[in-house]
Design a protein around this ligand. Structure first.
Ligand SMILES: *Cc1c(COP(=O)(O)O)cnc(C)c1O
Length: 457
C-alpha cells in the first residue's frame, strides 16, 4: 500500500476562531511602552495607528477570537492550505523520520502574510478607515496588504526598502497592479525619510527605516490613514494561527502527532501561527512537542540578541517592547532571506524562548540554500529563502533520526514559495553566496543605544 502524500481539508474547515496565546501564557505579559515617555502606552496612543478592534485583540485574554465571516470568505480563496508528507524527501535522506510540511505558498501572493493582511483590512474597513500605510522589505508583506486593501476598498501606500525597490521590481509591480502606491524608502514623503537622505543620500534603506516612515505617514495624517504591520505584534500572530489550527486537523487525518514542530522566524508570525496551536496542547494537555524557531546566523535576534526593552523601529517612534533584540540601530547585512532581517522578535515568542517553551536555533545561508535545493529536487516546490531556514532544521532533525535510528514525526511550516527569489538561487548556484555570522561586538555596541527603561511596580 502506498502512503498518502497530501492531507486536504475542504473549505468548510477554514477555522472559525483564532487561537490567542495570551490565554495560556506561562509567564506574565510585559507592558508595551510609549517611545517618548517609556511608560506603558495608553490605547489613545495606539489608536492613532490601529483601529480599537485590533488593539483589543492585542490585549485580549480570550482563548478563542471569532473570525468574522467576510474574512473567512476571503480565506476560502486559498484556505485550508495543504499539509503534505514529504515522502520523497524522507527517501532521499534515508531517514526513518516522517516529515510533514504545511504549504502557505498556496496563497495568491505566495506566502502566509495574507492571513493577517485580510483580517487587518477587514477590521480597518469596519472602523471606517479609508487609507492605510505600511512598510515592506522584499515585498511579501506589501503584496499581501495590497491584495487585502484592494478587496476591502482601502487605499494603501507602501514604503518599500530601496534596495529591493530597485533590485527586485516585480513585487512592486504586483502591489501597483492591486492598486497600491509604492515609495522607495528612504523617501521624501516623510520627515524621517528626508533626514536619512540628508545624512546619507545613497542610503539603500532598511526595514527599520521603512517602518518609521510608514508609522510617521499614518501618525501625521490626522486620522486619515492607519498603519498595518506584517509581523511581531500580538494581533498579527493571532491571525496566523489558522495555519496551526488547520495543521492539527490534518495531522489527525494523517493519524500522527508531531514530535517536533519547526518554523522560520523573522518577526515570528508564521512560526507562531504554526506552532502556537501545538504549544496550546503542550501547555494544556501535557503534550511534549518540541517547538523550534529558526533564524539566520546573519540576523540572530533569538540566539545572540539580548532579551530587553527596545524600540520596534530605527527612528525610535514605534512602541518599546520587551523582546530579543540586536538593537534598533541594527543595519542588516545583505543576505537573501529579506523577510528574516528584523532586529527584534515578537514579544510573546521572546518570552516563551526565555521560559524554555520554545527552542531557538540559527542556521547559515549556504547550508540553508543547500536544504532548499534538496527539498525542491525531492518535492518539486521552490521554497522562499526564508522558509528554507525551516527546511534546513527539519532536514537536520531527520538526519539525526537516521543516525540515532529514531522514527520521529517532524512538521514544518513552508511559509512561502520562492518564485520571486530566483536571483538568490542564481547567486547560490554560481557560488556567490557567503556565510556571515553577526558579530557579538556589533550586538554589544547596539546595546549602548537601548532605551533607558525604569519600570516601577
Ligand atoms: C515575511 C516572511 C517571513 C518572515 O516573517 P515572520 O513574521 O517571521 O513569519 C517568512 N517567510 C516568508 C515566506 C515571508 O514572506
Amino acid at each position: 500500500m502506498s502512503e498518502r502524500t497530501r492531507f486536504l481539508l475542504d473549505e468548510t474547515k477554514v477555522p472559525k476562531a483564532w487561537y490567542n496565546i495570551n490565554a495560556d501564557m506561562p509567564v506574565p505579559p510585559q507592558p508595551v511602552l510609549h517611545p517618548g515617555t517609556l511608560k506603558p502606552v495608553t490605547p489613545d496612543f495606539l489608536s492613532v495607528l490601529f483601529p480599537m478592534s485590533l488593539i483589543g485583540q492585542e490585549v485580549s485574554r480570550e482563548r478563542w477570537i471569532e473570525i468574522p465571516e467576510p474574512v473567512r470568505e476571503i480565506y476560502r480563496l486559498w484556505r485550508p492550505t495543504p499539509m503534505c508528507r514529504a515522502l520523497r524527501l524522507e527517501k532521499a535522506l534515508g531517514t526513518p523520520a516522517h516529515i510533514y510540511y504545511k504549504y502557505e505558498g498556496a496563497s495568491p501572493v505566495g506566502s502566509h502574510k495574507p492571513n493577517t493582511a485580510v483580517a487587518q483590512a477587514f477590521f480597518n474597513k469596519e472602523a471606517g478607515t479609508k487609507a492605510m500605510t505600511t512598510e515592506t522589505g522584499a515585498g511579501q508583506w506589501g503584496t499581501a496588504l495590497a491584495m487585502a486593501c484592494n478587496f476591502f476598498g482601502i487605499d494603501l501606500e507602501v514604503y518599500m526598502v530601496k534596495v529591493s525597490y530597485t533590485q527586485k521590481p516585480y513585487r512592486r509591480v504586483v502591489m501597483e497592479s492591486y492598486g497600491s502606491k509604492v515609495f522607495a524608502s528612504p523617501s521624501t514623503q516623510t520627515n524621517y525619510g528626508k533626514k536619512v537622505l540628508a545624512e546619507n543620500p545613497d542610503s539603500q534603506g532598511s526595514l527599520g527605516i521603512a517602518i518609521s516612515e510608514a508609522v510617521e505617514a499614518a501618525a501625521a495624517s490626522g486620522g486619515a490613514k492607519k498603519y498595518g504591520i506584517g509581523s511581531v505584534l500580538g494581533h498579527v500572530l493571532l491571525h496566523q494561527t489558522v495555519i496551526g489550527l488547520e495543521a492539527l486537523e490534518q495531522m489527525e487525518i494523517a493519524g500522527e502527532y508531531p514530535d517536533i514542530v519547526i518554523g522560520c522566524a523573522g518577526g515570528g508570525s508564521n512560526f507562531a501561527g504554526f506552532a502556537f496551536p501545538f504549544l496550546h496542547r503542550n501547555l494544556t494537555e501535557g503534550k511534549k512537542t518540541r517547538l523550534i524557531a529558526v533564524e539566520p546566523t546573519s540576523c540572530p535576534s533569538l540566539t545572540k540578541g539580548k532579551y530587553t526593552f527596545d524600540y520596534g523601529d530605527s527612528a525610535a517612534m514605534a512602541p518599546v517592547v520587551k523582546m530579543h533584540t540586536l538593537g534598533h540601530t541594527f543595519m542588516p547585512p545583505g543576505i537573501h532571506a529579506g523577510g528574516l532581517r528584523y532586529h527584534g522578535m515578537a514579544p510573546s515568542i521572546s518570552a516563551l524562548v526565555e521560559n524554555r517553551n520554545i527552542e531557538a536555533r540559527a542556521v547559515n545561508q549556504i547550508e540553508t540554500f543547500k536544504a532548499a535545493v534538496a527539498f525542491m529536487r525531492a518535492e518539486g516546490v521552490i521554497p522562499a529563502p526564508e522558509s528554507a531556514h525551516a527546511i534546513r532544521a527539519a532536514i537536520d532533525e531527520a538526519v539525526l533520526c537516521r543516525t540515532e535510528g529514531k522514527k520521529k514525526v517532524i512538521a514544518f511550516n513552508l511559509s512561502g514559495h520562492g518564485h520571486f527569489d530566483m536571483g538568490a538561487y542564481d547567486a547560490f548556484h554560481q557560488g556567490k553566496l557567503e556565510d556571515y555570522a553577526y558579530p557579538e561586538s556589533l550586538v554589544r555596541e547596539a546595546m549602548t543605544h537601548l532605551p533607558d527603561v525604569k519600570l516601577t511596580a
